[in-house]
Ligand binder design. Sequence first.
Ligand code: UDP
Ligand code: MG
Length: 326
Amino acid sequence: MSSEMADSRNAVLYIVVPCYNECEVFPQTAKALTELMEKMCSEGKISEKSRILFVDDGSRDNTWELISGEYDVNPRICGLKLAGNVGHQNALYAGLMAAKDKCDITISIDADLQDDIDVIPHMVDKYYGGCDIVYGVRSGRKKDSFFKRTTAQGFYRFMKLMGVKTVYNHADFRLMSARAVRQLSNYEERNMFLRGIVPLIGYKTDSVYYERKERTAGESKYPLKKMLSFAFDGITSFSIKPITFISAIGIIIIIASLAAAIYSLISYFCGNTVPGWTSLILSIWFLGGVQLLSVGLIGQYIGKIYVETKHRPRYNTEIFLCDENR
Ligand code: UDP
Ligand code: MG
C-alpha cells in the first residue's frame, strides 16, 4: 500500500504509544494527540482512517480502564492490552506489529509527551518526501536533570565505542513507514533494542529536531537500575567487542610477560633473588596471558554462535527492477 499512497498525500497514520502505569498523564496525552490528529486530517495531510494506538504494557493501575473508556467515546483511539509487563521496547514492538498492516505510516512516542508532538507533521512531510524512517532527535537536554543528561549522553558515547550504530540523542520517537516496520519484523531476536536495530534496516532516513520537555505528570519508569540494565542489554545484544577486548588484554599480558621475563632473568643472574622467585614470576605472567587469550578465543566462537542465533536478515530489499517480458 505504502508507495502508491505516499503520492496521494492521504496516508493512514498510526501513532503508537506504549503505556505502563500512565493513568496520570493518559487523559492529557489522549487529548493532545487526538487534537493533533484531527487537525492533520482536516488539513488533508493524513487519512481519516488514522488512529492513535495505546499499548497497555501490563499496567497495575487503571491505565487500561482509561484506554478502553476513551475507545468507547473517541473514534480515533485504539487500544492493545498486553497480558503482562514486558518492558518498553517489547510493548512498542507489539504496537508496531499490530499497526503495520492497517496503516502506511507509524509514529512511536512515549506516553508522557516529553517529545514534542508538534514535529509530527514535519515527520509526515518527510515521509511524503520519500523517507521511510524519520528520527526525532533532541536538540538539547536542558530540561532533563543533570544526572539524566550525563548518564544518557555517556550511554550514547559508550554504545558508539562498542560499535553499536545508534542515532545520537534519539530515543524511541520516530516515524517508520509500514514497509520499514515489516522489515523490522524480520529481525527475530528476543532482546529487542529498537534504537540499535532500526538504523540497520536501511532506506532513506532523515531527522527532525526538537527540545525535550519535562514529564507533565507521573514519574519516570526508568530509574537508574532500569537504565543500567537497558544500557547493558543494548551493548550485549549488539556487540561482541567486549569479547575481543578479553583477547586483546591476553595478548598485551603475554607481551608484558616478556618484559617481566627479561627483568626477572637479569635479577636472577645478578644474584639478588630468592630461590624460586624467577620461575614463579615467569609462570604467573605468561600463564595469566595465555589463559586470558584462550578465554577470549573461546569467546570468539561463542560470539559467532550468538550472531547466528539472532537469525537477522542478511539484507532488506528496497526496489527490484526486472521485467521478464521486455
Ligand atoms: N514503559 C512501558 N513499559 C515499561 C516501562 C515504561 O511501556 O515497563 C513506557 C512508559 O509508559 C512511557 C515510555 O515507556 O510511555 C517511556 O518511559 P519513561 O517516560 O518513564 O522513560 P524516560 O522518559 O524517563 O526515559
Ligand atoms: Mg519519559
